[in-house]
Write a new protein. Structure first.
Length: 119
């Protein structure tokens, strides 16, 4: 069964850090680009970061550049999102997906993990 499972969310104070994990099963992660997306209450889902399958090149939304880092460990079939200098506006449910780009066209998603940034 093809599956993605996120973990690592939680409550953190502004300026804090979290590392999210996206563990894949049922398929070989290194054959696919993997994207992180987030959805805040009342807002549309948006792309946060993407890591390619071929050369592990990365892309970031302007709002997280310099603060978030995406990486992959193909041996563990896992993609990570290191989030530093968190801000209240980063509060959202974070999802990983198999693929990047327009979220409407992606078929394999994790269940999401909540990140709440608040003092």
């Amino acid at each position: 069964q093809v599956q993605l499972v996120e973990s690592g969310g939680g409550l953190v104070q502004p300026g804090g850090s979290l590392r999210l994990s996206c563990a894949a099963s049922g398929f070989t992660l290194d054959y696919y680009a993997i994207g992180w997306f987030r959805q805040a209450p009342g807002k549309e889902r948006e792309g946060v970061s993407c890591i390619s399958s071929s050369d592990a090149s990365t892309r970031y939304a302007d709002s997280v550049k310099g603060r978030f880092t995406i990486s992959r460990d193909n041996a563990k079939n896992t993609v990570y999102l290191q989030m530093n200098s968190l801000k209240p506006e980063d509060t959202a449910v974070y999802y990983c997906a198999r693929g990047c780009g327009n979220y409407r066209y992606l078929e394999v998603w994790g269940q999401g993990t909540l990140v709440a940034v608040s003092s």
